[in-house]
Write a new protein. Structure first.
Length: 652
């Protein structure tokens, strides 16, 4: 490992040249000879973290979630192999002791991570972290900050002196001026932290940019136990295959969009002096991480059960049982929503004849054969059929690329033919991740219908107006329209509520696509990284065009979603299978395809607690839009990048 090089790695050994060389040797005879001088030092390195959360400040403005943030980060780091030293609500003396303990734990070449949640201030171009016994500033007392605060630059230098090989500094300390009650308005003490002078080989990640303040919570009724920054950070630390820059970019988008829902401007900043690109790579095939004790586990579990039942009696029982806690306000809101008068139905579902579909102003689609087919026992003319959902005979008339929509507010559907394909990516594909294999042949036994577009806000709002979707109205960034834009800020559970409503309205079997069906539909008979070829441009999809893939050029970064009918349809007639929004599918998460079904069915795992998303989004890096790319998160997570499209089982 190069001396002085700091690498942003979360809990896993970096793929250095030396380590790859040793692995290729397989530790055979030659490997054994070289291991003594080459491989052994790398293997001896360990990973150490100091995690501090301060929110009970004695004399300055207290915080609510810093300790929760530190606990959550410490738990994740322990899961992925760090030796964690942690502290809560530390005075200056106590913080000094923890830093001493941290010093003793660091060995030459170790990967070292320092995380701090609490108050920090900028003064005369330098940043300082505050212990809980920091006093209010008196007039002219700025030097107190220099004397009593902890210099961020000094901490970085202190770690470097211990010979650490890898240095990561994560600061959720860009809060509002903690001395506001003393009336201080000195330059550098008003809002957040300033730019960090980052030495070579160090990566610094901050919750907000220079001069910005980081939100502790979205509102006084915000039920989430973590701050806006850390609630976005935690799932990224658990996500396999992300580089340090990808984590930073996703944080920038996620935090910015979440904060914007309440009119706040916050975008994380990072200062990267690490040479090269570092992959944060959760090892495939490693034993499951041990469960971490969760003091709120019972409440979380009962809240999930109450969400499933969603009745006044169950929510009242939940409130009566717990009486207080971080989910109580959310439960009261659910109860109030159920007790309120039902929303007025503004539209009555009206069936639309297949073959004469009009969606969001698009021209009607017509059948190439004039609208008649052989239904077996009888001939049915789709072009002249009366209004109503498809009958079994009419379903037998459908063929590949036929379109139908079974009510005025139902998604337009396209028939996808039966067939087989190779699922996953070849090892030669650029930016391939190990969870995309091993490749195997999957057979889709019979035709099925897929949403021509991802579900739009108009379709979601119709569900809510019709008494479905549990009355949930997703928030979006101010200035975003709804209508024909894809619905976002929806979880896997929300998507299930939509297909339940759609099935009830039509009497047919609407559902989410399985992961195999999704990739089959996204590839549409192609085998390249994208259905249009091996590379990508922002003329073909909506993603972060500041980055390139393969031989393409940089393009636009639109920063927002586009209408669902943007760009060209793929060979199956489906729009934006890649880009714009990530799409929930039915399957449980899996580290690879080793034991996954090969018949197109969903991968259902006992005790499943995470679900798959596919396709990439408007803020993703270009390789995240590859047809084989996959990632997963909790089924209750909502995000401005998450949407979905529907599928429908067709009768034979």
């Amino acid at each position: 490992m190069r001396e002085g090089v700091s690498i942003f790695i979360i809990g896993l050994m970096v793929e250095t040249v030396v380590m790859r060389f040793c692995r290729l040797l397989g530790y055979g005879l030659l490997g054994l000879l070289l291991a003594i001088t080459t491989c052994a030092p790398a293997l001896a390195e360990k990973q150490v973290a100091l995690v501090i959360g301060n929110d009970r400040y004695v004399s300055v403005t207290p915080l609510r979630k810093a300790v929760n943030d530190a606990r959550a980060v410490a738990a994740v780091l322990k899961e992925i192999g760090f030796e964690v030293i942690s502290g809560e609500n530390l005075s200056r003396r106590e913080l000094n002791r923890k830093l001493g303990e941290f010093d003793q734990a660091i060995g030459p070449g170790d990967t070292v991570l320092f995380y701090f949640a609490g108050h920090g201030v900028a003064l005369e171009g330098s940043n300082y972290l505050l212990s809980t016994d920091m006093e209010q500033l008196q007039p002219g007392g700025e030097n107190t900050v220099k004397d009593e605060g902890y210099s961020v630059s000094g901490l970085i230098e202190r770690i470097a002196r211990r010979g650490a090989g890898n240095q990561i500094v994560v600061l959720d300390a860009c809060r509002d001026n903690p001395f506001a009650s003393s009336g201080r308005r000195s330059v550098g003490l008003d809002r957040g932290l300033g730019r960090v002078d980052t030495p070579s080989g160090t990566f610094v990640l901050m919750a907000a940019g220079a001069g910005q303040s980081a939100l502790d919570r979205l509102s006084d009724r915000d039920p989430d136990p973590n701050s806006v920054f850390t609630r976005q950070l935690i799932p990224l630390l658990r996500t396999p295959g992300l580089t340090h820059i990808e984590i930073a970019k996703r944080l920038q988008t996620g935090v910015r969009t979440l904060a914007s829902t309440v009119g706040h401007s916050q975008q994380p900043a990072y200062y990267d002096e690490v040479p090269g690109t570092i992959v944060i790579n959760r090892a495939v095939g490693s034993p499951p991480t041990p469960a971490v004790a969760d003091p709120d586990a019972a409440m979380r579990s009962d809240f999930a059960i109450a969400q499933q039942a969603n009745s006044r009696a169950v929510w009242q029982a939940f409130i009566d049982r717990y009486k207080s806690g971080f989910l109580i306000e959310a439960a009261r809101e659910r109860l109030a929503a159920l007790s309120a008068p039902p929303p007025a139905v503004t539209t009555t579902p009206v069936v639309t004849a297949p073959g004469k579909i009009e969606v969001a102003g698009l021209p009607p689609s017509t059948r190439p054969d004039g609208g008649s087919c052989d239904g077996g026992a009888q001939t049915v003319s789709l072009g002249s059929r009366s209004a109503g959902v498809l009958t079994s005979s009419e379903e037998r008339c459908l063929k590949a690329k036929d379109e139908f929509r079974e009510c005025a507010d139902c998604p337009a559907m396209v028939v996808v033919p039966a067939g087989s394909f190779t699922m996953g990516s070849p090892e030669s594909e650029k930016k391939r991740e190990s969870n995309e294999g091993p490749q195997r042949t999957v057979r889709i036994g019979k035709p099925f219908a897929v949403g021509k577009f991802t579900v739009s806000f108009a379709e979601w709002d119709a569900c809510v107006a019709g008494g479905g979707c549990k009355g949930y109205r997703p928030l979006v960034i101010r200035g975003w329209d709804r209508g024909i834009l894809p619905v976002v800020n929806v979880s896997w559970e929300d998507a299930q509520a939509f297909v339940t409503w759609l099935s009830k309205v039509t009497g047919k079997s609407y559902r989410l696509l399985t992961e195999a069906e999704w990739e089959y539909a996204a590839r549409a008979g192609t085998t390249t990284a994208f259905w249009w070829g091996p590379t990508i441009s922002t003329n073909q999809a909506n993603y972060d065009g500041n980055y390139t893939y393969a031989s393409n050029q940089k393009g636009l970064y639109r920063m927002y979603t586009l209408p669902v009918d943007s760009f060209s349809a793929n060979p199956f007639g489906l729009y934006q299978m890649l880009g714009n929004v990530n799409q929930w599918v039915e399957d449980c998460s899996s580290q690879n395809y080793k034991d996954a079904p090969t018949d197109g069915s969903a991968n259902v795992i006992k005790g499943c607690d995470t679900r798959i998303l596919r396709g990439g989004s408007y803020s993703e890096l270009p390789w995240r839009l590859r047809a084989a790319q996959r990632f997963w998160t909790y089924p209750f997570n909502r995000d401005l990048r998450y949407g979905f499209r529907v599928a429908r089982t067709l009768n034979p």
